[in-house]
Write a new protein. Structure first.
Length: 185
């Protein structure tokens, strides 16, 4: 595929269909992804695991087809499945930050892909609503275990900006709701 000047070329291939991921999402999307990425990267320091942000194709069922998705945030620990710009193993953690053009795909299609692949933990993040849904894989199915909407007003009885969320597989990797959405107001 030849790209015209100014085109990003960002795409995913799911079920044989190519989905264009252009135009780029709202700036809040990048801020939130950057926050999560940085917090995880710091927490994984001195670990064999790596965190990627929007720059590594996850090729699922590579022996059957050439479908791939590009998770917003992905933690991998088995480097044997890394090759060039793609990964063919099972990530330990994936987060998708919603945008208007990808919300349904992230919440349904990609969630099913990650579930079938065996990804232990999946977060659906909304930068606009400042919300996080945390799913854990239990008995081969995702179960919603936590759902948060940020409340930063300290005078509110629902204030929760200091609420910590830890990655289940990496309990030392934790962040607050305030950390996740810092700068994305």
């Amino acid at each position: 595929m030849q790209l015209l000047q100014g085109e990003s070329g960002r795409e995913e291939k799911i079920g044989g269909m190519v989905y264009d991921m252009s135009p780029s999402p709202h700036y809040r999307h990048g801020i939130v992804n950057g926050n999560i990425y940085s917090l995880i990267k710091n927490g994984l320091k001195d670990s064999l695991c790596l965190v990627f942000m929007e720059n590594l194709d996850l090729c699922y069922h590579p022996q059957e087809n050439d479908d791939y998705v590009v998770p917003d945030i992905m933690v991998i620990c088995d480097r044997n499945h890394l090759k060039g710009g793609s990964y063919t193993g099972v990530p330990r953690f994936v987060a998708e930050t919603l945008s208007p053009s990808t919300a349904m795909r992230d919440m349904i299609v990609k969630k099913e892909i990650y579930e079938q692949l065996g990804v232990e933990e999946y977060w659906i993040v909304s930068a606009k609503e400042q919300a996080v849904q945390v799913y854990y894989l239990e008995q081969d199915r995702y179960q919603l275990r936590y759902s948060y909407i940020l409340e930063q007003d300290k005078a509110s009885r629902y204030y929760n900006a200091d609420t910590k969320i830890a990655l289940r597989a990496f309990p030392n990797v934790n962040m607050t709701l305030g950390d996740i959405f810092q700068g994305a107001e």
